[in-house]
Design a binder for this molecule. Structure first.
Ligand code: UDP
Ligand code: MG
Length: 309
């Protein structure tokens, strides 16, 4: 019997946990030769997620849980689950049933064919807001353009299977700003993607608002690329070049036409414009500096308050 560990981060998922367990159990009842465990990571939920997990884990031995001391976020939660998973393969998926458990047999099949990482390519159904679909696609285009990771459109979801070997490698990552979908893509190995259509969230609310999505986008880009720093430098060169040329032209012009160059407004606008550019560049440098600062302190990505494994 091979064992499959399923990692599910859960933040306020009281309405979904019993059902996702049912569904996964069902899927495995039709798969011979595979044993499974579900590792729920309670990421500081404010609802009854913890009570439900404790109850369920007493009734079913395949249910394990980790409870965080507070909300650390989706990525640290997935990483925590991976850190304690010792199955022959590990599958991570969302706890809101947006990732259909029915896809698990196909993921396992690909794994058995010899793929180390089976990632999923998501298409959003029409019900999901146009805004969310478009911003998500746009982000992966920008990210792929700016960094060395190549995430295809829709390739960014944390529904993925990893072989124990790859899991072992990931366990040893001590990276502070986690962006797992980028990391797995970067890791190499034999990878394959399979398509699925995301369901709507079953119960509860999505906790990714625009602000969180933007932060996540910045994390993703700056975790995988120093290109923004180069862009800052290029912009600096470009503008100083343009201003030197402009300055020379103005001097020549004022000699020829024998007039002073006037224009207080244009002068102020120029100053403001370059002031803005400088702040942006400083900001970009600041982001990377902040990352170094965070990484230097070497704090853990998460703190476990209780667990049953
Ligand atoms: N999640 C988490 N910590 C958080 C936010 C979310 O563990 O701070 C979990 C959540 O319970 C779910 C998954 O991460 O299982 C995806 O979150 P959500 O459905 O809110 O994101 P969306 O699907 O809207 O991108
Ligand atoms: Mg969701």
């Amino acid at each position: 019997m091979k064992k499959i560990s399923i990692v599910i981060p859960a933040y306020n998922e009281e309405g979904n946990i019993p059902l996702i367990h049912e569904k996964i159990k069902n899927v495995f009842s039709q798969l011979d030769h595979y044993d499974f465990e579900i590792i729920f990571v309670n990421d500081g939920s404010r609802d009854n997620t913890q009570q439900i997990l404790e109850q369920l884990s007493e009734q079913h031995e395949e249910i394990k849980f980790i409870e965080f001391s507070r909300n650390f976020g989706h990525q640290p939660a997935v990483k925590a689950g991976i850190d304690v998973s010792y199955g022959n393969a590990v599958i991570s998926m969302d706890g809101d049933l947006q990732h259909p458990p029915e896809l698990i047999p196909e993921m396992i099949r690909k794994w058995e064919e010899g793929y180390d990482i089976v990632y999923t390519i998501r298409t959003y159904p029409k019900q999901i807001s146009y805004f969310k679909r478009k911003t998500s696609d746009f982000f992966y285009v920008i990210l792929s353009g700016l960094s060395d990771v190549n995430l295809t459109k829709g390739g960014g979801s944390d529904f993925r299977l990893m072989d124990a070997g790859a899991v072992e490698v990931m366990r040893n990552f001590t990276e502070d700003d986690l962006f797992l979908r980028g990391l797995t893509s970067w890791m190499g190995y034999k990878q394959i993607g399979i398509n699925f259509t995301a369901n709507e969230r079953l119960a509860g609310e999505s906790s990714y608002n625009l602000k969180k999505m933007l932060t996540f986008a910045f994390t993703g880009i700056t975790a995988f690329s120093v290109k923004p720093l180069y862009i800052a430098a290029y912009l600096g060169f470009l503008f100083s070049g343009v201003s030197v040329v402009g300055y020379i032209l103005y001097v020549i012009y004022s000699f020829i036409s024998k007039t002073e160059i006037s224009g207080w407004a244009s002068l102020i606008m120029t100053i403001v414009f370059f002031g803005g550019i400088q702040l942006i560049i400083l900001g970009i440098i600041g982001i990377y500096l902040g990352k170094i600062f965070k990484q230097m302190k070497g704090r853990p990505n998460y703190i476990i308050k209780s667990k049953n494994l």
